[in-house]
Design a protein around this ligand. Structure first.
Ligand code: PEP
Length: 240
């Protein structure tokens, strides 16, 4: 099971102290060997966080990257090679908050290719909006995002998919259990041998419901991951 923390635009150097609790918990947690813990802080914290988590179970990831893996004239951008150089092992790509700011499937595909070429593992986010759900075109949307996003990428072993319905992110809403099971199943049939995580308002309360959905390989956790107690609770409850 994956537990991925997406800190979004949150955190300064002092926030890194909150990791101590998580590291301590992971040392004594009996199921620690069975889980992967990845923290994706803002780019400013990748390097200091990587130093803090040395010798712990926590791995560090980035929240986005440029579509070129080499240096270039692109003011304000960071490429995947640079992220790897400061300790990132993963990168989140295709997040709906970035799709919303204009990232196209084509650009996301280029980013996935650059990231894997640079040696990063990719957390590839897909998901439908509320309008698309209401129109009952979720599968069509996910198919399009997958087909374009993974175009010409034959080696997919370094990619995991995070299914994140846009209407669920930051709203407190989660899909009905049956719907979620069926959607995850649909993705797994479409992309064989891929891990599929769920993301969208995961918290210590609804994890009891979500953990019963058998085909989920882990969770991408936004808001709740900023609080170490909530993040630990989510992990604990998944195995209770
Ligand atoms: C996210 O941004 O990836 C996410 C899942 O956010 P939240 O958990 O806050 O809904």
């Amino acid at each position: 099971m994956y537990f991925i923390a997406n800190w979004k635009m949150f955190g300064g150097l002092s926030t890194l102290n909150s990791l101590k609790k998580v590291i301590k918990f992971l040392k004594i947690f009996k199921k620690s060997k069975k889980i992967k813990i990845i923290y994706c802080p803002p780019s400013t914290l990748i390097c200091p966080m990587s130093k803090k988590v040395i010798n712990s179970k926590i791995q560090v990831g980035a929240q986005n990257c440029h579509e070129s893996f080499t240096y270039g004239a692109s003011t304000g951008s960071i490429n995947p090679t640079m992220l790897k150089n400061v300790g990132a092992k993963y990168v989140i790509l295709g997040h709906s908050e970035n799709r919303d700011s204009g990232e196209t499937d084509k650009l996301i595909n280029a980013k996935i290719r650059a990231a894997t070429q640079a040696g990063l593992k990719v957390i590839f986010c897909i998901g439908e909006t509320l309008g698309q759900k209401r129109k009952k075109i979720t599968k069509k949307i996910l198919s399009k995002q997958i087909n374009f996003g993974l175009q010409k990428i034959k080696k997919r072993k370094n990619i995991v998919i995070a299914y994140e319905p846009v209407w669920s992110i930051g709203t407190g809403l989660i899909p009905k259990a049956d719907d979620l099971f069926n959607t995850i199943n649909f993705i797994k049939k479409k992309v064989i041998n891929i891990k599929v995580l769920y993301g969208g308002s995961v918290n210590p309360k609804n994890i009891n419901e979500l953990k019963l959905i058998k085909n989920i390989d882990g969770f991408l956790i936004g808001g709740a991951s900023q609080d170490p107690k909530k993040f630990i609770d989510i992990i604990k409850k998944t195995y209770n």
